[in-house]
Design a protein around this ligand. Structure first.
Ligand SMILES: Cc1cc2nc3c(=O)[nH]c(=O)nc-3n(C[C@H](O)[C@H](O)[C@H](O)COP(=O)(O)OP(=O)(O)OC[C@H]3O[C@@H](n4cnc5c(N)ncnc54)[C@H](O)[C@@H]3O)c2cc1C
Length: 374
């Protein structure tokens, strides 16, 4: 019987498995997919996470393939509204590290056990807690002293009844693509009447472009056309020509009322979901994992739950998720298409704010500076 079962080998479950294994805990991971590293979603890793991952060596591995983005520009109608400086927030990591999610996954996975392949279909609280999963050769049961659900949003129903969670869907839809494109070293956020166009540098001469879509679009070629139009409207013709296909995503927000019931925990997107327009969901989950691992290791080592520390952990992580949710929601709303008058007002407010110390506050908010474990 393993000490801990981790359900899900996305970035958050993988980091938790590696952090527990590093502390001598016998951990078994169960992952639904054959290959956990699916296409790129999260691209930014912020300074508090880089600091938290440093003791395991994951930061060094991550930075070996990341691009270091030290500034972000806000532009409107081709004019500079202001600059957000990430290089003034942390002495040790004066940048946002950008890299595709599969590379982040690879950097986090070192030392983590190879997951058992199968879909978890039920979790029993025990004691001892038990996990039922369906593998290629039928249904199996695994018991352990502790269980952590890190299976993302679709696994939430394993622990939470639908009525226990307030999931807030947003009407917004977005299209996005990572393409080979020239561009500045900085992240650029265009804010115009058409809404936001994000342009983030990635390693290997790539850039991530994200723009609003008029609604849900199933056809990747149609999504690409929307993104190309958003780029052309900002004069980015070469980048537009490079886009043949694009992904789409919708937005939801939720924070679970509890992240723990006895020996069963939920972390990452399974416990909270924030708008990707905040660029914080994965960072939030990685901080859940890295702050929980020593407490679980202590529980396993001593045989006693460190109750007070676990309660503080849960309070801090839920508060951090609520803060991230607000920051991401503000970002989402700010980036919506607007009338000429509203757009002019938005531009004026942004220009004024970015000319004051509020710019540092914005950088701090964007780069996870308000996380309780930062
Ligand atoms: C377009 C987009 C851009 C984003 N950009 C950023 C960004 O720049 N920065 C940022 O911080 N965040 C970003 N995010 C959010 C980020 O991708 C998520 O917060 C992050 O992936 C959550 O990680 P997780 O491990 O909790 O869940 P997931 O990544 O969803 O991983 C869950 C894993 O569990 C497995 N699983 C699910 N159910 C089961 C089951 N029943 N049994 C076994 N295994 C199961 C899944 O197959 C998966 O491998 C973005 C999201 C999107 C959609």
């Amino acid at each position: 019987m393993p000490d801990v079962i981790v359900i899900g080998a996305g970035p958050v479950g993988t980091l938790l498995s590696a952090e527990l294994a590093r502390r001598g805990v016998d951990v078994a991971a169960v992952e639904r997919r054959d290959d956990a590293a699916e296409g790129s979603r999260a691209i930014g890793v912020h300074a508090p996470v880089l600091a938290a991952l440093e003791p395991s060596g994951a930061t060094e591995r991550l930075l070996a393939s990341a691009r270091r983005v030290s500034r972000g520009e806000a532009r409107s109608g081709g004019e500079l509204l202001g600059v957000v400086r990430f290089d003034r927030l942390s002495r040790r990591f004066p940048f946002v590290a950008t890299l595709p999610q599969p590379l982040t996954h690879r950097a986090l996975a070192e030392g983590a056990p190879e997951p058992v392949r199968g879909e978890v279909v039920a979790v029993r609280h025990g004691p001892p807690p038990k996990v039922m999963y369906r593998g290629a050769d039928g249904q199996h049961a695994l018991t352990a002293r502790l269980v952590v659900l890190a299976g993302g949003p679709r696994a939430r129903s394993l622990l939470y009844r639908p009525e226990a969670l307030r999931v807030q869907p947003y009407p917004d839809r977005f299209v996005m693509a990572d393409v080979a494109a020239d561009g500045p070293e900085d992240a650029v956020v265009h804010l115009d009447r058409q809404g936001v166009l994000e342009s983030f540098p990635l390693p290997g001469g790539l850039r991530r472009f994200v723009a609003p879509a008029p609604g849900a679009i199933d056809d990747p070629a149609e999504r690409a056309a929307v993104l190309r139009a958003a780029l052309r409207a900002r004069g980015e013709h070469a980048a537009a020509d490079a886009i043949a296909t694009a992904d789409g995503f919708a937005i939801r927000r939720t924070v679970a009322p509890r992240m723990r019931r006895g020996p069963v925990f939920a972390i990452g997107d399974a416990a909270h979901e924030v708008s990707p327009m905040g660029g914080q969901g994965m960072n939030l989950g990685l901080l859940d994992a890295v702050s929980l691992a020593p407490l679980l290791a202590e529980w396993i080592r001593t045989g006693d739950a460190p109750e007070a520390a676990l309660q503080r952990w849960e309070r801090r992580r839920r508060a951090s998720a609520r803060t991230s949710g607000v920051i991401a929601a503000v970002n989402t709303v700010l980036g919506r298409p607007a009338s000429a008058r509203l757009d002019a007002l938005r531009g004026a407010v942004m220009r004024a704010a970015l000319a004051t110390p509020a710019a540092t506050l914005l950088a701090h908010a964007y780069a996870m500076g308000f996380d309780r474990d930062a």
